[in-house]
Ligand binder design. Structure first.
Ligand code: NAD
Ligand code: IPM
Ligand code: MN
Length: 354
């Protein structure tokens, strides 16, 4: 039988709850579709940091690189500075494996109500540039504790980096409704952004049948709330894409349902699949986290591995369960993580035999 080797890093907080939940459902669909998911679990994250002084071992990236994909929960611990947890695990993985596209679909799900008018019909995908821009390594803190104390971080945008993000967005839009919305802050204040605009426009000019609209990020924050159905594919820089994905997720009903695929489109390295949300320390350990974002990320992983039918089946299963009214608290329901997960597991065998 076909086998896919998957690196699993459940990480911290609710990652430790939603990852096992998603794995249970993924194993059921894999079995139904005649392939095997060989989960290689790496116990890295904040507990590992407490014991070893690092989020993961020195050869971690080499170990991860031997897998077909990486399935991540979340990292982040209230007692450890985020600079350690993020620069020690999440960001190095995205960069070493050239996962330069962060794909974040957001759409209304059956049975899930949006807090916003029109949110019940939204269907968009955020293409977030994932390795450069505002998240640069150039700069740092200086003169700590002195009167001259300061912090500097250079935003780095390259023609190559912008082009490949825009190209990806254009191709994606051509298979959808043909609209790319580029979100910037290009009214001359932020020097990098007019450059982003120019390169995006040049790239999109090569795509007949794809329309390009641009909007300033502040106006976008308002328009996403007022007219969430006005968007198809949104392309944005690392930081703007990050912020807009929580906003869009919440408009769809909860950030707990939003998935994320950190893609290496060339497939020379593994891609990484994780929910949009973080470790949610405020609800961790209570058994109430919504596992849908993690399950949907798992479905995106199956799709990436070529297991398209299995991916679609998992999405159908969690959508049907939501529609039946089994919902976690963030969606206004009363189900716990395991109630929801069991409902998905029980529903899968009732679907038509693949
Ligand atoms: P968060 O996404 O963890 O939580 C924000 C809010 O949403 C919280 O109230 C939380 O309870 C709720 N929430 C999130 N996911 C949920 C789910 N599945 N079900 C129900 N409710 C859910 O963001 P935060 O609180 O700003 O960050 C917490 C930690 O996670 C920080 O250390 C941060 O750096 C880290 N973080 C990590 C990742 C990642 O690993 N990719 C992503 C985002 C944040
Ligand atoms: C995300 C997260 C991360 C990001 C943080 C934790 C560094 O918010 O994956 O959306 O900004 O990329
Ligand atoms: Mn984020």
């Amino acid at each position: 039988t076909r086998q896919h080797d998957i690196a699993v890093i459940a990480g911290d907080g609710i990652g430790l709850e939603v990852v096992p939940a998603a794995i249970r459902c993924l194993d059921v669909v894999a079995d139904r579709h005649g392939f095997d998911l060989a989960w290689r679990e790496y116990p890295w994250g904040s507990s590992y940091f407490r014991q070893h002084g690092a989020m993961m071992p020195a050869d971690a990236l080499d170990q991860l690189g031997r897998n077909a994909a990486i399935f991540l929960g979340a990292v982040g611990d209230p007692e450890i500075p985020d600079t350690e947890t993020l620069w020690g695990l999440l960001i190095p993985i995205r960069r070493r494996f050239h996962q330069y596209i962060n794909l974040r679909p957001v759409r209304a799900l059956p049975g899930v109500s949006s807090p916003v008018r029109g949110g019940g019909e939204m269907d968009l995908v955020i293409v977030r540039e994932n390795v450069e821009g505002e998240y640069s390594e150039v700069g740092g803190r200086m003169y700590r504790g002195q009167p001259a104390e300061a912090a500097i971080q250079e935003a780095i945008f390259t023609r190559a980096g912008i082009t490949r993000a825009a190209e990806f967005a254009a191709r994606l839009a051509s298979g959808r409704r043909g609209l790319v919305t580029s979100v910037t802050k290009s009214n001359g204040i932020v020097h990098t952004m007019p450059f982003w605009d120019e390169v995006v426009a040049e790239t999109l000019a090569g795509h007949d049948g794809v329309r390009l609209e641009k909007i300033l990020v502040d106006a976008m924050a308002a328009k996403l709330v007022l007219a969430p159905t006005a968007f198809d594919v949104i392309v944005a820089s690392n930081l703007f894409g990050d912020i807009l994905s929580d906003l869009a997720g919440a408009i769809a009903g909860s950030i707990g349902v939003a998935p994320s695929a950190n893609l290496n489109p060339e497939r020379t390295h593994p891609s990484m699949f994780e929910p949009v949300h973080g470790s949610a320390p405020d609800i961790a350990g209570q058994g109430i986290a919504n596992p849908v974002g993690q399950m949907w990320a798992g479905a995106m992983m199956l799709e990436h591995l070529g297991e398209t039918a299995a991916a679609a089946e998992l999405v159908t299963a969690f959508e049907t369960v939501l529609d039946y009214g089994v919902r976690t608290r963030d969606l206004g329901g009363t189900a716990g993580t395991s109630d929801f997960t069991e409902a998905v597991e029980r529903h899968l065998p009732s679907l038509p035999r693949p």
